[in-house]
Write a protein that binds this ligand. Structure first.
Ligand SMILES: C[S@@+](CC[C@H](N)C(=O)[O-])C[C@H]1O[C@@H](n2cnc3c(N)ncnc32)[C@H](O)[C@@H]1O
Length: 187
């Protein structure tokens, strides 16, 4: 299948890092992505799953709206009006929709849909405030298998150190950081 993600608006430029996550997710494993926006990153990953003939339960989680309780002003400004985000997402991902599951939910609350020790890989790229990242990590950590990968985006100073602070405080220094993405294997 031809890649179409470059036609979709978004922040995703982590092809190499997503390839690493896909490669390290076992066959018939579970991969969760928190934060898909208009589907750019999701489209890349799912297209690779199809092309590599990988059998993985992939879930993309997003509210597809601005929730004033979870997003600070900077985030609302960054995402703009979101009333049509879900519509755009559905349109953008129509060609791959049968290969994965979309969960319209708050990213932390979505963890309740999963059993403990059931997720092999998670990529956290939803809310970027300290509280949002902390809440996502704390909610999802029990869901990740021992040996699974917990990773995320924007481990950089541009987000007021919020992501760095939340990750370091709860999980410790990442195993490695690459292209703004942090990676930790659950022990
Ligand atoms: C940086 S964007 C994701 C970028 C996307 N992966 C891409 O390819 O461009 C962050 C997304 O997280 C969503 N988001 C922020 N806080 C959230 C929350 N608490 N629950 C669910 N989604 C949230 C926003 O709606 C937005 O779509």
């Amino acid at each position: 299948m031809e890649h179409k993600y470059k036609d979709i608006q978004g922040w995703f430029n982590m092809e190499k890092q997503y390839m690493y996550l896909l490669k390290n997710t076992p066959e018939n494993g579970t991969f969760v992505e928190l934060g898909t926006w208009k589907g750019r990153s999701t489209t890349f990953l799912v297209t690779e799953m199809i092309n590599q003939k990988r059998s993985i339960d992939f879930y993309a989680v997003d509210l597809f709206e601005n929730d004033p309780n979870i997003s600070d002003k900077k985030e609302i400004d960054a995402y703009g009006k979101t009333f049509s985000i879900l519509e755009e997402y559905i349109k953008n991902t129509k060609h791959i929709s049968e290969y994965y599951t979309t969960i319209v939910s708050n990213s932390s609350e979505a963890a309740n849909k999963f059993k403990d020790n059931s997720v092999d890989t998670i990529f956290i790229d939803a809310g970027h405030t300290y509280n949002a990242v902390k809440s996502d990590i704390v909610s999802w950590l029990p869901k990740i298998k021992i040996g699974g990968i917990i990773a995320g985006h924007d481990y950089r100073k541009s987000w007021k150190n919020d992501v760095i602070k939340a990750v370091n405080e709860i999980l410790g220094t990442p195993d490695f950081v690459e292209n703004g993405c942090w990676f930790i294997k659950k022990k």
